[in-house]
Design a protein around this ligand. Structure first.
Ligand SMILES: [Zn+2]
Length: 229
């Protein structure tokens, strides 16, 4: 979603928000590269499930940037004490600086994490916000949130791109494993037990994204650890 200079009149702004990790995004990006597609990968700096500065994730982010994918910031305002744009701008800039340093290029595209829950902000300083009205309204936007395109039909919707600019959000995680195949984390280690709040938050996020699919996993973990998750 490189809209830095001029906004094209038609085409697809293909966007991926990375809520779970980067490994599956890397797989998706390789598929896109083979098809000549260039999209924007929105990476979180404050995600409880992945470390943006781990060696493996740094390698993936650099690979994306080096292969002409756009790297954007997936910003979670809920971790800060303020919800309005004026209060959030410094935090967003700080996170974007971190991501820019990793990507080796300026990060100026931003998408909000769970805007329906934490508020829809359309403008934030000089960031190109994915929810800007120029490329976000019901007629031109389609998302696979909670594994549903709602009332939209992807193969019909895509035809709009020949006449106008549309935005499509796909989460790489939805096109891979299911909760049934998910590995049961080892929660018996002292380190994991000390992070139950984090695990609880991660499971809540997964359930929200996957329409409650992870409730059974939470129940299994509760049984295994004797802690309510
Ligand atoms: Zn998100």
């Amino acid at each position: 979603m490189d809209v830095a200079a001029q906004i094209p009149k038609c085409g697809v702004l293909l966007r991926h928000d990375l809520d779970i990790g980067l490994d599956l995004a890397f797989e998706m990006a390789k598929l896109e590269k083979a098809e000549g597609i260039r999209s924007t990968y929105f990476v979180m700096v404050s995600n409880p499930l992945y470390n943006v500065r781990s060696k493996g994730n740094i390698d993936i982010i650099r690979w994306l940037a080096d292969n002409d994918f756009n790297v954007g910031l997936h910003f979670d305002p809920s971790i800060y004490e303020t919800r309005d744009a004026d209060g959030l701008i410094d935090y967003a800039c700080e996170e974007a600086r971190i991501l820019s340093g990793i990507a080796g290029r300026n990060v100026n595209a931003l998408s909000f994490h769970m805007p329906s829950k934490y508020g829809m902000i359309q403008k934030l300083g000089s960031f190109q916000v994915a929810y800007d009205e120029r490329y976000f309204n019901d007629a031109i936007y389609m998302s696979d949130s909670q594994m549903s395109f709602r009332h939209k039909k992807p193969y019909e919707f895509i035809h709009k791109a020949s006449e106008r600019l549309i935005q499509i959000l796909l989460h790489p995680f939805f096109y891979s494993i299911s909760a049934k195949d998910a590995q049961l984390p080892d929660l018996n280690t002292a380190a994991m037990l000390s992070k139950l709040d984090l695990v609880r938050e991660a499971l809540a996020t997964l359930n929200l994204l996957r329409g409650g699919e992870f409730e059974s996993l939470a129940a299994r973990l509760t049984q295994q650890t004797g802690n309510v998750l």
